[in-house]
Design a protein around this ligand. Structure first.
Ligand code: CR6
Length: 795
């Protein structure tokens, strides 16, 4: 910003502040100051936003349909992308305003559960920065992901009404409202548009989130008749649809309301797209060229009913034949799968689909008929056709629908896509190999480095002699030449240390636990799930605790184990894992014999904005899922980019991280997918328990009174899952005990290696230098070039 722009900014800020509050500057609250700042920034964005829209009006666009966008905070990110972060901070400081307090004032927009929703947000950022026309469509949940607190170590959930005080980053566009018809009700879908600002390039894309509203605020007749509840019943039923984000990560929630949410946002979005097409391409009422201007990426199975909805709109409202409409759909839809866990690949009972949209169910049956005929012609028998069917056993297979109709299906890491081909969707790969492709996930370097780690950003720019890496993260490779430069390595160590001090201070303030920034910060933050194996981490901590108790003089570098993450409210065992971590923390942290060497802390309410403080302060990134289960992971990339070596299994994108940064700079351990397949039939966790004393001591602690679960039976439940299965299975479904010894050894190595400061710092540097591949810029360019082809003018 030059002097003039600065003055203008300050003037309009002060003016906005007074206009919206009618107060004198001194009397304004933090909220007032924050609101005025949003307004001022939105004014700045506005013109570029309008221009971007205008310019792309007749261009081919990608539409990203996603039930989740885990945005987090917008203030800092927008300022960074506008290129005015430091300037604005300084200007506010001159006005005597504590900028960081304003940043902390903002509620996270937590419209997602975890990786999948955060990925969508990173993609939005990257598309805008890479000048790619990408329009996001989703749901404006009034309640985001629940807030987590701990009561006596147990997770408690509270609501997250993130917009109760307004939402400065969206614009309500009433004129674009649509009507969504369900079998039993009709609601209004009102769009709220959020600008997505590219990095200093003038490009602003749009994220359009739909909110469900009634047509009338209340029914006057009923009200007059003293039927007050009945008068607002319709309104409530309409608002229910976008009231709350389902807090299930991975597992699907088979509820009517959930399918209603999906159909709601998808129907509004399809209608929106079609209406605009008719407005701007009025000469193509047969939709012959529709596919030239639109490609719709379906983010997992959640939006897949869009396929039926597009056909419905084309047939019922635009008089295309079913065959014509299906042909359009075939060219428009592409599908991303994000998991191999069967319980997360949605299958909807037909009666629920019928209850939501009977017409869509009818269309799904029609598509299914076409599919069956297709395979019959190829000579397949009825039973051979079964795995392909969209409707089977009275269920609608949302993945089959998208794979059959769509022209592309991708996985989110090399290993994951490989598993889709040979296992999950093997039958599909055999008939449509050309549809399958991989798009390894990425993260946006703007939020996760430029914003979250200002000191490291400046360091990188200084070392590379330019800040071009912000646009092309591959340039980080240039840091490799400092791998033997002691001064650089010491500087890097100091930056990490300062970040650790900052986190320690924050944790003391917010969690009430004092941790030592000189200890190793070993961190696992992500949703709690058995396949992610937080309990492997905890069992290992119990083992360490026992070791330190038995050998107080043991040679051990002090370590702080940090956890963060939420369990789905209905997932008993995941909640048990949280209680277990908190209980181990209580015991260890209160034991003066060990608590100068070992500390454990589970931070409350881990979310995007907490992550921004945590990733930059990590020494070790725990990525310890059972091989084959974590489709990709993206937290692993955030740690890497901020210079933490990965302690990980050969799973998801970990494999690609090891390939890029070098195994010697990371710690891999554990069984591979191949290994697990080989031992699957003979695996015996009980035998491991009996023969390995370390395992036995740690597992026994779950039930021998050493740890207290307050009679919740949560620890017994974990114990049973590991070695005493109650359901006739073999136990330890996720091979926790199988990998324990290897994991223990890897930790031992880390504990030794960390003492060599220069050697350790070099590992960190090599991770940063090779993180370029994991930029979501790379991912989104790959989608744009190879699936969407949005940059070909003559598509
Ligand atoms: N839970 C995968 O499990 C992946 C993200 C984004 C997940 C995770 O490995 O990194 O998607 N899958 O691709 C689903 O949500 C279904 C996730 O976030």
């Amino acid at each position: 910003m030059d002097k003039l722009e600065k003055d203008k900014f300050t003037d309009s800020y002060v003016e906005n502040l007074q206009r919206i509050t009618l107060k004198n500057f001194d009397e304004t609250s933090e909220k007032d100051k924050y609101d005025a700042l949003c307004d001022t920034i939105m004014e700045l964005i506005n013109q570029e936003w309008r221009e971007s829209k205008e310019k792309s009006r007749h261009e081919r666009k990608a539409y990203y349909f996603s039930a989740e966008f885990l945005i987090g905070r917008s203030l800092g990110n927008n300022l960074i992308n506008l290129g005015i972060y430091d300037d604005v901070k300084e200007l506010l400081c001159e006005l005597g305003i504590d900028f960081e307090a304003l940043e902390d004032y903002e509620d996270d927009a937590a419209l997602g559960n975890g990786g999948l929703g955060r990925l969508a947000a990173c993609f939005m950022d990257s598309a805008a920065t890479q000048d790619i026309n990408m329009y996001g469509y989703g749901v404006r949940y009034r309640e985001g992901l629940f807030k987590q607190s701990f009561e006596n170590g147990f997770q408690k959930e509270q609501g997250d009404s993130w917009i109760k005080d307004g939402d400065g980053w969206s614009i309500r566009v009433d004129s674009d409202s649509r009507i969504v018809n369900f079998k039993d009700q009709q609601v209004k879908a009102v769009p709220f548009d959020m600008p997505v600002v590219g990095l200093e390039n003038g490009k602003v894309n749009t994220l359009r989130l739909w909110q469900a509203e009634p047509f009338e605020e209340f029914e006057f007749d009923k009200f007059n008749n003293f039927e007050y509840d009945a008068a607002v019943a319709k309104k409530n039923r309409a608002e229910d649809i976008t009231r709350v984000l389902y807090p299930n990560d991975i597992q699907r929630a088979g509820r009517v309301l959930r399918l209603k949410q999906q159909y709601f946002f998808v129907s509004a979005s399809i209608q929106d797209i079609v209406a605009k097409y008719k407005r701007y391409f009025a000469d193509d009422m047969r939709f012959k060229n529709f596919h030239k201007y639109h490609v719709i990426q379906l983010n997992d199975t959640h939006p897949n009913i869009a396929i039926a909805e597009l056909i419905r709109v084309l047939v019922d409202e635009n008089s295309l034949s079913f065959e014509e409409a299906l042909e359009v759909a075939r060219k428009v839809f592409a599908f991303t799968n994000h998991t191999v866990l069967q319980e997360a690949i949605e299958k909807w009972p037909i009666d629920i689909v019928e209850e939501v949209s009977p017409r869509c169910l009818e269309i799904i049956y029609q598509i299914n008929d076409v599919l069956v005929n297709h395979f019959k012609k190829k000579g397949l028998s009825e039973t051979e056709i079964d795995p392909y069917r969209i409707v089977i056993n009275d269920q609608v297979h949302m993945a089959n629908l998208a794979i059959y109709v769509g022209f592309s299906i991708n996985g989110v890491a090399e290993l994951h896509t490989g598993i889709l081909k040979v296992d999950t969707f093997k039958h599909w790969y055999e008939v449509f190999p050309e549809k399958f492709n991989n798009k390894t996930n990425g993260i946006t370097p703007r939020r996760w480095l430029l914003y979250a780690n200002r000191p490291l950003s400046s360091f990188i720019t200084e070392k590379l002699g330019s800040d071009n890496w912000k646009y092309n993260l591959d340039e980080l490779k240039g840091l490799e030449k400092f791998a033997r430069d002691e001064k650089t390595l010491n500087e890097l160590w100091d930056i990490k240390h300062a970040n650790k001090e900052r986190l320690a201070k924050y944790i003391l303030e917010h969690e009430g636990v004092k941790i030592d920034p000189n200890s190793i910060f070993d961190i696992q933050v992500k949703r709690i799930h058995e396949y992610k194996r937080q309990h492997l981490n905890i069992l290992h901590i119990i083992y360490l605790y026992h070791e330190l108790k038995n050998n107080p003089d043991m040679d051990f570098y002090p370590t702080t184990f940090i956890f963060g993450g939420k369990a789905a409210p209905g997932y008993f065992r995941a909640k048990g894992i949280i209680k277990l971590a908190n209980e181990v923390a209580r015991v260890v942290n209160n034991d003066s014999e060990v608590n100068d060497k070992l500390k454990v802390v589970f931070v409350e309410n881990f979310r995007v904005s907490y992550g921004e403080k945590i990733y930059p302060a990590a020494d070790v990134s725990e990525q310890i899922s059972t091989a084959g289960k974590e489709a990709s992971g993206t937290g692993n990339m955030k740690f890497m980019l901020n210079g933490a070596p990965t302690l990980g299994t050969l799973d998801g994108a970990n494999i690609e991280i090891f390939d890029h940064a070098g195994e010697e700079n990371n710690y891999r351990f554990g069984a591979t997918v191949e290994d697990l397949k080989n031992i699957q039939a003979s695996y015996n966790p009980v035998k491991l328990y009996q023969t390995d004393k370390n395992i036995r001591d740690a597992v026994d602690a779950l039930v021998n009174g050493e740890l207290d679960d307050n009679n919740s039976y949560m620890f017994l439940d974990i114990y049973n899952e590991l070695i005493n299965p109650q359901d006739g299975s073999r136990g330890d479904r996720y091979y926790v005990l199988k990998d324990f010894e290897d994991y223990r050894r890897a930790h031992e190595q880390i504990n030794k290696d960390y003492r060599d400061k220069l050697a350790w710092s070099k590992k960190c540097l090599m991770n940063i230098a090779n993180a370029g591949y994991f930029s979501s810029d790379r991912t989104i360019i790959d989608y744009a070039d190879h699936i969407w082809k949005v940059d070909s003018p003559n598509y």
